[in-house]
Write a protein that binds this ligand. Structure first.
Ligand code: NAG
Length: 196
């Protein structure tokens, strides 16, 4: 926005520089602090939690619940999955009101890109730890909330000040006040119109 409003190349250059400074502040100070405490990631302690079904893909955000269970992640057919440990693997945790496995399970003839507008595409995830509600930023459905225990999500927000949400993307919660913040990546284009 800053760049759009700046008139002439000077303004653009100034805006670019201030953005670059901000990026430096945001990108480098945390990793410098982290680097002092943790020199590197110990690769022997990482784990791969593969999705079972061949055509499922695109795990996006990751979240843990108040008990530290999970992770939870949203996938390409519109569901949020929960990791239940090695014996059970990933199971369905929640889905949008329009989800059904018949309509939303991808096949070679019907890829998820053809159904995600209807089935939903969960991107950002965050639990409100005190209440156990899971907040879901769904690219097509808007901001949704899932009651403790999972199941069908309730759509909470589809527009702001009369402007429809087109690409709801990230969500986070102030765990002290319960305030929920979410992000809409575009006022003009939905997810299927972006090159991903
Ligand atoms: C994305 O937006 C375009 C243009 O408004 C529309 O034609 C298309 O149906 C939308 N796609 C989905 C999946 O909602």
């Amino acid at each position: 926005k800053q760049i759009d409003m700046a008139s002439g190349t000077r303004g653009v250059a100034a805006a670019t520089i201030s953005l670059a400074v901000l990026l430096l502040v945001f990108c480098f100070s945390p990793s410098t602090a982290a680097a002092a405490a943790v020199p590197s990631i110990d690769a022997t302690r990482t784990r791969h939690l593969p999705l079972r079904h061949g055509l499922l893909r695109g795990p996006e955000s990751v979240a843990f619940d108040a008990k530290g269970n999970g992770p939870y992640s949203g996938v390409s057919d519109g569901r949020v999955l929960k990791w239940n440990g090695d014996a059970l693997g990933w199971t369905t945790y929640s889905y949008s009101p329009d989800y059904s496995s018949e309509a939303c399970t991808a096949s070679l003839l019907r890829p998820e890109t053809a159904t995600e507008g209807h089935c939903g595409r969960p991107l950002g995830l965050r639990f409100h730890l005190k209440s156990g509600y899971l907040y879901v930023a769904d690219a097509y459905k808007g901001l949704m909330r899932v009651a403790p225990g999972g199941g069908e999500a309730t759509v909470l927000v589809t527009e702001v000040d009369g402007v429809p949400l087109r690409f709801t993307n990230g969500v986070d919660i102030d765990q002290v006040t319960g305030e929920v913040c979410f992000m809409d990546s575009s006022r003009n284009y939905n997810r299927s119109q972006h090159e991903m």
